[in-house]
Write a protein that binds this ligand. Structure first.
Ligand SMILES: [Fe+2]
Length: 190
């Protein structure tokens, strides 16, 4: 596969990932209880919309369409975030779960942009490198900001009482079964 084809593949994944986040970030902003965390998600939503536009410019430079591929990875990461929003934890502990989920989305994007930038550099596409670097910088800054907001939340969460154990939901039972299967499969190779 030629490098440009691989890059286009990765970029279409990123385009889908960013579009999925435009839909998911308002849910995280609505679900978060902490004001600073809510505001961070709101401002990153605005940045994310700009990132979608930068990616469109990248595709225009390549003379290609941005659509054509759904990012399953981001879909999974967002689903983990949706799980965090369904938890029964109270107060800061609830927000700590959301911080963890949000950091996964940011680091998924960071990895994606770093790979795309390296490929665009390999192709000598300087304009594309600079557009993608602008997106990467925003992701790095967002991850840093969310991590910082998480520090006092973790401190508060550490003093909150453990919730009463509850019977597992169907989804949790399925997840526990799959986790056991993962362990069994891996154990042969350990
Ligand atoms: Fe993004």
């Amino acid at each position: 596969m030629a490098l440009k084809t691989v890059l286009l593949d990765e970029l279409r994944d990123m385009y889908s990932a960013e579009n999925q986040l435009v839909k998911a970030l308002p849910k995280l902003a609505k679900g978060a209880k902490d004001k600073a965390l809510k505001a961070a998600f709101q401002s990153h939503l605005e940045e994310t919309k700009g990132q979608v536009l930068r990616l469109r410019s990248v595709f225009a430079l390549l003379g290609e369409k941005p659509t054509g591929q759904h990012c399953n990875g981001m879909e999974g990461v967002i689903e983990e975030g949706a799980d965090a929003l369904e938890k029964d934890e109270e107060g800061a502990s609830f927000d700590v779960g959301i911080v963890g989920a949000a950091l996964r989305t940011e680091h998924y994007e960071i990895a994606g942009y770093e790979a795309c930038i390296a490929m665009a550099q390999g192709l000598g596409e300087r304009k594309i490198v600079s557009l993608l670097t602008a997106n990467l910088r925003e992701e790095l800054a967002a991850a840093k900001k969310i991590t910082k907001i998480g520090v006092p939340l973790i401190r508060r969460s550490s003093t909150e009482p453990e919730p009463e154990p509850k019977p597992k939901t169907g989804k949790e039972k399925y997840s526990a079964k799959k986790s056991k299967e993962d362990e069994t499969k891996a154990s042969r190779d350990l």
